[in-house]
Design a binder for this molecule. Structure first.
Ligand code: NAP
Length: 293
């Protein structure tokens, strides 16, 4: 079994991005600029946005954060989105999700200019991804495919089973791996909570991607010998061994599944660090006007 080291690959790509940003700045051009809209005080969202700011700094990007009150109206958010769409100093921006219940998430996403939608959630970017023309890819699916690419894992003709059909992970990764690309050309089965005979389907997987949001859901009896297992899940559990009293774990029962597979992503240190890289990659593309000229 080989461990897929997301931290190491993420660090490698981070250096590549920083070098590109430095060469942009050397030419006298402005540094890539990512903005984030943060609504309310959700601790997880605040941590994610702080990490995005840290990542920007590490790569020589500019970052700005727009903080809005929990009770902000949808109209105010849409006005800020419109402002950022027209701010020539900002290359791309994100609206940190989840948003408070009184805000229509899709309405907000649809109002982001596709050219600045570095989360890759706008229907135009998702549509371009579907028909395999350049687009900003959602960060987690990008991260999964990039790990597969950089580890040289064969995907052509392989049966890939994805468990979970969310708009941000399961559905887009199933599209990416079924496209006529490399990595890609898989035969993909997309499973969800209404799927029947899930275990039997999983046992057919050469590549099994778990994006369910249920701790230790995938057990060894669901995994074919020598399969590649990608664990997207992220759960905080109590741990006496860590200083904080918590540690992260995934959707896969790592101890038993790792004994059966050819490759596996650990949690933490697998898909998570690559998700952070996805946003930087898109911001760099936005600054270079690589997709929308
Ligand atoms: P989500 O929106 O909650 O979607 C979960 C999916 O799993 C749904 O499609 C659901 O089916 C399916 N599902 C639930 N129970 C199932 C069951 N018993 N059998 C088969 N399918 C089942 O979750 P998400 O946003 O995609 O995230 C999934 C996990 O990845 C979470 O743990 C999240 O924290 C983690 N995550 C990690 C990263 C990272 O960077 N590592 C990024 C994003 C998410 P239905 O559609 O039928 O409800």
């Amino acid at each position: 079994m080989k461990l897929i080291d997301g931290n190491a690959i993420a660090e490698q790509i981070r250096k590549e991005i920083a070098a590109e940003a430095a060469s942009i700045i050397d030419k006298g051009l402005p540094a890539p600029h990512l903005a984030a809209i943060l609504v309310g005080n959700d601790p997880a969202s605040m941590t994610y946005v702080a990490n995005k700011e840290k990542d920007c700094k590490a790569c020589g990007f500019i970052s700005s954060i727009y903080r809005l009150d929990e009770k902000t109206t949808e109209k105010s958010i849409l006005e800020l989105v419109d402002f950022l769409n027209n701010d020539h100093e900002v290359d791309g921006f994100i609206v940190q999700l989840p948003l408070p219940a009184h805000i229509r998430v899709n309405k907000v996403i649809e109002n982001i200019s596709p050219a600045k939608d570095v989360d890759g959630f706008h229907p135009v970017n998702l549509g371009r991804m579907m028909i395999n023309i350049p687009s900003y890819l959602p960060a987690t699916p990008y991260g999964i495919v990039e790990l597969i690419r950089r580890y040289g894992i064969e995907t052509e003709g392989q049966h890939c089973v994805v468990i979970g059909r969310s708009n941000i992970v399961g559905t887009p990764v199933s599209v990416l791996l079924s496209r006529n690309t490399n990595p890609g050309n898989c035969t993909v089965t997309l499973c969800h909570s209404r799927t029947q005979h899930l275990k039997e389907i999983c046992l057919q997987a050469d590549i099994l991607i778990a994006a369910i949001g249920k701790k230790w859901f995938v057990t060894a009896d669901m995994v074919k010998q020598d399969a590649v297992v990608i664990d997207v899940g992220m759960h905080r559990i109590e741990s006496a061994e860590s200083k904080s009293g918590f540690r992260l774990t995934g959707d896969v029962k790592f101890d038993e599944v790792s004994k059966k597979c050819s490759y596996i992503t650990p949690v933490p240190g697998g898909v998570g660090p690559m998700t952070r890289i996805g946003l930087l990659t898109n911001t760099l593309k936005a600054a270079k006007k690589e997709i929308y000229t």
